[in-house]
Write a protein of this length. Structure first.
Length: 399
């Protein structure tokens, strides 16, 4: 959905197709044909519909033929759809099987992650409308437990810069501008805005990276620092930031001050439980599932404790006199705030969208409630297409 900001700039609002199960290219195409008409009808939206596309590595490789690309382009044309953003975070199976910490693999220490992301960019050039910037969101380096040394950080930096060179060459050859957007997430190498600013400033945007970029390009350029900033950006997921107890205004202003572009704003909500006790925490047990990690960030008195998954937080929980709050990385429909015994982090979305109304945070806004399949039934309430429509309508009403 293309909207116009009060300052006259174009804003693109969509949802991420990773909410639909589908690892093969055929399933991806079927999902577009099946879901877009009802979502569009619900919204009474007859203009070109922007879509956030998720392609597994298998689907991306299958799309990488002239015949498959022609079929995809035909389906998009039939549905009056255009692709302006791609979710390049989950590489492999994402529904119906254990994902957990494997969602970060291959990470950015592995050249297979680079190959996959380069392939997505190559395909994107054939899907992205002319004169429009595209964004690809990706893993924030690696799962934090898998980053042990300075060499690990240097390797990730090097592969990001190599991908930046690929994007620059694509722009030269095709005229299509694509940016990579690193997505901080709890318990990852990059999980907070502060950590992200440090990595971007001291590694991705460093003089060493600028020198590497010229080597990767194989030619002298006089604007390497600017190109690094142009093509290597941040994906700000509002659930992740809220779970980390960020302040929307502070983190957005800090990124702006550091001259780090927000290539994509992912609009999502997590769980919030205040006054946590052993008894009160039981209301969150239905959110334990065998598929995804649901990181818990706990404020306990003056301490902040991190748990990679809900079961770990339950195992460590004991009653005491100190105040305790849990915020949980479990994406729930963004139009829900009061969920009975607990609430969502919808307040953080409202704060961010208020700032966006004043000055655009990003040109790409994507609702991402991928946990629909594992959401407890009592919180679904609507058929999936109706829920997606309601989420998009809720965002539009807040803009």
């Amino acid at each position: 959905m293309q909207l116009q900001h009060a300052d006259g700039s174009d804003i693109h609002l969509t949802y991420c197709s990773n909410i639909h199960a589908g690892e093969s290219l055929g399933e991806v195409m079927d999902n577009i044909a099946r879901h877009i008409p009802s979502i569009r009808n619900n919204l009474k939206f007859d203009k070109p519909f922007g879509l956030g596309l998720r392609l597994s590595a298998k689907a991306a490789d299958d799309l990488n033929t002239p015949e498959a690309m022609a079929e995809m382009q035909q389906i998009l044309a039939q549905q009056n759809c255009y692709i302006f953003t791609i979710n390049g975070f989950p590489y492999g199976p994402f529904h119906g099987t254990r994902v957990k910490e494997d969602v970060y693999l291959p990470d950015w220490k592995d050249r297979e992650r680079l190959r996959y992301t380069n392939t997505l960019a190559d395909l994107f050039c054939k899907l992205l409308p002319d004169a429009q910037t595209g964004s690809i969101s990706t893993v924030p380096g690696a799962f934090k437990a898998n980053v042990a040394t300075a060499e690990d950080i240097a390797l990730m930096t090097s592969l990001y810069v190599e991908h930046c060179a690929h994007l620059i060459n694509l722009e030269r050859d095709t005229g299509k501008t694509i940016v990579l957007a690193l997505e901080p997430e709890p318990c990852c190498f990059l999980e907070t805005v502060e950590e992200s600013i440090d990595f971007f400033t001291n590694h991705l945007y460093s003089s060493a990276s600028a020198e590497q970029l010229q080597r990767n390009l194989g030619r002298e350029i006089d604007n390497a620092p600017e190109l690094l900033r142009k093509h290597l950006t941040l994906c700000l997921d509002l659930c992740h930031a809220a779970v980390e107890y960020e302040n929307a205004s502070d983190c957005i202003n800090a990124l702006r001050s550091a001259n780090i572009n927000i290539g994509k704003l992912q609009i999502s909500a997590g769980l919030r439980l205040t006054d946590v006790t052993v008894a009160r925490a039981r209301c969150l047990q239905p959110f334990i599932d065998p598929v995804y990690l649901h990181q818990v960030i706990e404020k306990h008195g003056d301490n902040v404790n991190r748990y990679a998954d809900l079961p770990e937080a339950f195992e460590q929980l004991q009653d005491d006199s100190l105040p305790r709050e849990w915020r949980v990385h479990f994406h729930v429909p963004i139009f829900l705030d009061d969920l009975g015994d607990f609430s969502s982090t919808q307040f953080f979305i409202e704060d961010a969208l208020k700032l966006h109304k004043e000055s655009p945070v990003s040109a790409h806004l994507e609702v991402e409630t991928y946990t629909w399949d594992v959401l407890p039934d009592q919180y679904k309430g609507l058929p999936i297409d109706d829920a997606i429509s309601r989420e998009l309508g809720w965002v539009e009403s807040n803009l």
